[in-house]
Ligand binder design. Structure first.
Ligand SMILES: NC(=O)c1ccc[n+]([C@@H]2O[C@H](COP(=O)([O-])OP(=O)(O)OC[C@H]3O[C@@H](n4cnc5c(N)ncnc54)[C@H](OP(=O)(O)O)[C@@H]3O)[C@@H](O)[C@H]2O)c1
Length: 291
């Protein structure tokens, strides 16, 4: 079995959700830095070529346990042993009010964002543990720390990933495996198009209409003008994977959301006021039930 050497040019990485967005940029950035890259995708049929022809592709859906086990085993086969790094990036958001969001959709979101990441780790960690080396990078979001209205389930799934990552870091710190949680602000990708809308947040209902318009309007403005590029996140991930001095939590703020991220941090009540002001929600009156 190959022992991953952090200084070796054959450092190897498996990235989930590498078909597009942050995952694809991360695959390209690792390849440019000389890593042996395995891109985890759900469907390779429509896949555009990676910038480096050496990037290998394995197909698996992180919510399908058999596919995950076979996909990680295939990745290990391609790199000739234990993976030096695993990047859990596959994820999507559910947009809906806690009050009426479809709970089955919320469960499916957790299956990808939380349990999918755990399944990939359960498949990859035994080999890493045997060689006593490796890095796990779990991709999270600033809205894991600053839950936003109508993104409650998404924030919850990423907060849960943060908790699991923290426990994992403590569980693995004595066996040479590092864990990094990367919290990124708004990134210019197709994430909004993959976002699933549920319940009254879908519009056409006055209940959450104004909140929806203000949240989406602000986020669209940030995405168009002040967002991070997927390459920015990719480079932060490659740096974190290669540098053993990287702290557990890496925060990558985008210029647009940075003022909110800086303001939040006080007691809950104060944080809520910052969020309301930032998105212009102060004056939004929600319809109450009958008196
Ligand atoms: N964009 C942002 O503003 C932002 C900010 C902070 C954190 N993030 C996080 O960064 C990660 C990537 O987001 P992105 O912006 O690059 O989004 P994206 O462009 O929508 O890409 C999402 C990726 O996840 C994959 N995926 C979704 N469900 C999957 C599943 N069940 N199994 C395997 N792959 C699956 C998609 O594959 P398919 O092509 O097959 O659909 C795609 O490759 C997510 O975890 C997201 O929460 C995003």
């Amino acid at each position: 079995m190959t022992v991953p050497d952090p200084d070796s040019p054959t450092r190897s990485v498996l990235i989930t959700g590498a078909s597009r967005g942050i995952g694809r940029a991360t695959a390209d950035a690792f390849a440019a830095a000389g890593w042996q890259v395995v891109a985890g995708v759900r469907d390779r049929r429509e896949l555009a070529p990676f910038s480096d022809a050496g990037v290998e592709v394995v197909e698996f859906d992180v919510t399908e346990p058999n596919e995950v086990r076979a996909g990680v085993a295939a990745a290990e086969g391609l790199v000739g042993g234990s993976l030096a790094c695993v990047v859990n990036n596959a994820g999507w958001a559910l947009f809906g009010a806690v009050e009426d969001v479809d709970i089955d959709l919320a469960r499916r979101e957790f299956e990808t964002n939380l349990f999918g990441a755990v399944a990939v780790l359960q498949a990859a960690l035994p080999a890493m543990r045997r060689v006593g080396a490796g890095v796990v990078v779990n991709v999270s979001t600033l809205s894991g720390r600053i839950p936003l209205p109508l993104f409650g389930m998404y924030s919850a799934s990423k907060l849960a990933l943060a908790a699991v990552s923290e426990a994992l870091a403590l569980e693995l710190e004595t066996c040479g495996i590092r864990v990094v949680l990367l919290e990124a602000g708004v990134v210019r990708t197709d994430f909004a198009r993959s976002t699933v809308i549920s319940g009254a947040a879908g519009g056409g209902d006055p209940l959450y209409g104004t909140t929806r318009d203000r949240i989406l309007g602000t986020l669209r403005g940030i995405r168009d003008q002040g967002a991070l590029r997927p390459e920015d996140v990719a480079h932060a991930i490659v740096r974190a994977a290669g540098d053993s001095r990287t702290p557990f939590r890496v925060v990558l703020e985008d210029p647009g959301l940075a003022p909110l991220a800086k303001a939040v941090g006080g007691p809950d009540r104060e944080s809520h006021e910052h969020v309301r002001r930032f998105f212009g929600l102060d004056a939004v009156a929600h319809r109450n039930g009958p008196p």
